[in-house]
Design a protein around this ligand. Structure first.
Ligand code: UD1
Length: 422
């Protein structure tokens, strides 16, 4: 078991590079299944979720190699159409293979992905979208199976915006005869990235990044080479690290448009932000100001994935901030852990009231999920004295060696192997 030891209170400085976006790479790797050839994918982060997805690809028959941040997936041969429990349980987004595999092989059987730490995470919208296209779905209590008997392009109207369901619908319709139109599609940049990747291989997808996506069926996809977009959530995590420590840092490899939903909140905290070509300099004040109200929404709203790290920053702001979580029902699990550092936060249903405090002290805290884990690291950077953060495998799902990135900025953070060396 590994944990982080962090000595807080030091100011950060220097520059740092943002890695490729986790939430782009995962669906893009599923999308590679559609290609009878090779996908060369650049800017691919080294994350445990990516490794779990590579394992699924290999299980399906693909030949996958990674050289640095370039991943080469040869999916000429796909000779499996089922994914077993242990692989499906590794990461929830594995449900994306339902559309991808059904597209490639005509059928797919996946162990049911179930809920997770941040909420129930139903998949009804994924299922309804595939059924709407004419796929036949069945459940045997453990597995969800999907078969293409008479599927063809159709009109799908989502009652709410779902990133994963939109991606599954795209993947399931790439080869279908005729036109598929997705209405009320989610508009997250990672969906546009998936569509751009598939288009680079010969797909005909228009409108990704808007709420109406049109897919005209094509007969095959060819080998391609593609570069994944920067991770906007990792960027907002580094911005939060600078904010809480009153630092001045340069963050490289950012997309300013993708960050526009979080930048106003940093301005409101009193940070100065200077946009350069693909970089962003953030200069935080000695003491942050409160943010009146943060409401998480689907893109281009404030991202739920950035909620925890900004909350951490606001625990030491002057004044009280209100944070409303509208996407997931169980996404305040970091709150009891942040309180261990001396933070003053109360929760009423989906609202968190964060009363900024003058002083945070080191604490022993435990990650409960990926973004909660990142929030604890941010908190510990400000807290006086030593903190230990356990269950950091949650953080490794979505941040490539966060301790290396923060150390580069001058943070005192070490990954420790526990005494038993487990
Ligand atoms: C993706 C991201 C995750 C992010 C989330 C919201 C990936 C791998 N993960 O997750 O990091 O936090 O978007 O930006 O890209 N819903 C239903 N039925 C469904 C599907 C979703 O009711 O069938 C609901 C969810 O419970 C949630 C909302 O829709 O309340 C949005 O979830 P969704 O956009 O689907 O999230 P994910 O794709 O799972």
């Amino acid at each position: 078991m590994q944990y982080f030891k962090i000595n807080g209170k030091s100011r950060l400085g220097g520059e740092i590079d943002v890695h490729g976006a986790k939430n782009s790479v995962l669906p893009i790797l599923a999308g590679a299944v559609l290609i009878r050839g090779t996908s060369v994918i650049h800017n691919c982060p080294d994350l445990s979720d990516v490794r779990a997805t590579i394992n699924i690809l290999r299980h399906l028959g693909a030949n996958v190699n990674k050289e640095g941040s370039t991943l080469i997936a040869d999916t000429t041969v796909i000779n499996q159409n089922s994914i077993p429990e242990e692989m499906m349980q590794e990461l929830r987004s594995s449900i994306i293979f339902l559309g991808a595999l059904s597209s490639r092989t005509g059928s797919a059987c996946l162990f049911f992905p179930g809920g997770c730490d941040i909420g129930l995470r139903p998949i009804d919208l994924h299922i309804k979208a595939l059924e709407r296209l004419g796929y036949e779905l069945s459940f045997d209590g453990r597995n969800i199976c999907c078969e293409n008997k008479t599927a063809c392009g159709h009109r799908i109207v989502f009652p709410l915006e779902s990133v994963g369901a939109t991606e599954n619908a795209i993947l399931a319709s790439v080869f279908l005869k005729g036109k598929t139109t997705i209405i009320n599609a989610a508009r997250e940049p990672e969906i546009e990235d998936l569509a751009s990747f598939l288009n680079s291989a010969g797909a005909d997808i228009k409108g990704a990044s808007t709420s109406v996506i049109e897919i005209n069926g094509v007969s095959s996809l060819e080998s391609t080479e593609y570069t994944v977009i920067p991770d906007r959530i990792e960027a907002s995590t580094f911005m939060s690290a600078a904010a809480i420590t009153g630092s001045d840092i340069l963050i490289n490899n950012v997309n300013h448009i993708h960050l526009s939903p979080v930048v106003p909140q940093f301005y409101e905290m009193g940070c100065a932000i200077y946009a350069q070509k693909n970089s962003l300099r953030i200069k935080a004040p000695e003491r942050l100001k409160r943010v009146k109200l943060i409401q998480t929404r689907a893109y281009p709203g404030f991202p739920t994935d950035s909620q925890a790290v900004l909350m951490a920053a606001l625990t030491s702001a002057k004044g009280s901030s209100v944070i409303e979580e509208n996407i997931f029902e169980n996404r305040f699990k970091h709150v009891p852990e942040l309180i261990k550092f001396g933070a003053d936060i109360s929760i009423q249903s989906k609202i968190a009231l964060v009363h900024g405090v003058d002083y945070l002290h080191g604490a022993a805290a435990q990650c409960t999920d990926l973004r909660s884990g990142a929030a604890l690291v941010i908190e510990a950077l400000r807290a006086e004295g030593e903190s230990t953060i356990t269950k950091i495998e949650h953080i490794d799902r979505g941040y490539e060696k966060i301790e290396n990135s923060l150390s580069l900025l001058g943070a005192d953070i070490k990954r420790i192997q526990d005494e038993k060396g487990r």
